[in-house]
Design a protein around this ligand. Structure first.
Ligand code: IMP
Ligand code: MG
Length: 190
């Protein structure tokens, strides 16, 4: 799989060193509060597991699945949440984690167009949390379709398609322990 990468961006130890910094910052910011962490799956899985083990605070962990890519390399703009159940009218309703009155920290792998995190934030706000902050491992340098200002950012990257450490292309590469840029010809095949 390493051969499918054009360039390595962050190896395992660079990621872990950066997680030490962010975890220290979060631990300090929330030292007298009880956090509810919302992990936006699947991309944030590795990030969440490694980050939370560095935060020695009482906290709750909830998961939300959100997809806007549908296996392609560009966002569709439509964000689909799971788990979802059919409401009385047959419309899909999502089962929201209980965040009323809580200090919420949303963790996601990457901020790209902003669609996903804007939708996550709006959806969580309907449940009236006390506060919401956003933490992403990666933020792409680009104009965003929707404005999202994360409170904690691991690394800034250029507007390139990256995989590894939870991030996928068509479901693959999530298990790479590092982050790298996928070779363009692999993206173009689809
Ligand atoms: P946004 O809604 O466009 O901000 O995209 C957010 C979601 O798209 C992320 O949670 C990722 O799952 C996926 N995504 C965006 N950019 C990349 C990338 O470069 N590689 C892999 N997944 C990406
Ligand atoms: Mg994805």
């Amino acid at each position: 799989m390493r051969g499918d990468l054009e360039r390595l961006l962050f190896d395992e130890s660079a990621i872990h060193r950066r997680l030490d910094d962010i975890a220290a910052q979060i631990s300090n910011d929330y030292r007298d509060r009880e956090l509810t962490v919302i992990a936006v799956l699947h991309g944030s899985l590795m990030f969440v597991a490694d980050l939370l083990r560095r935060i020695p605070l009482p906290l709750k962990l909830e998961c939300l699945s959100a997809a806007s890519y549908h296996g392609k390399a560009e966002t569709s703009g439509e964000v689909v949440f799971q788990p979802a159940t059919s409401g009385p009218s047959g419309r899909k309703q999502i089962t929201l984690p209980d965040v009323a009155g809580r200090d919420v920290l949303v963790l996601d792998d990457i901020l790209d167009s902003g669609h996903t995190l804007a939708a996550v934030r709006e959806t969580l706000e309907t449940a009236k949390p006390k506060s919401i902050r956003i933490c992403v491992l990666l933020r792409k340098r680009k104009r965003r379709v929707r404005q999202v200002a994360p409170d904690y950012v691991g690394f800034e990257i250029e507007d390139e398609f990256v995989v590894g450490y939870g991030l996928d292309f068509q479901g693959r590469y999530r298990n790479l322990p590092y982050v790298g840029v996928l070779r363009k010809e692999l993206l173009e095949k689809y």
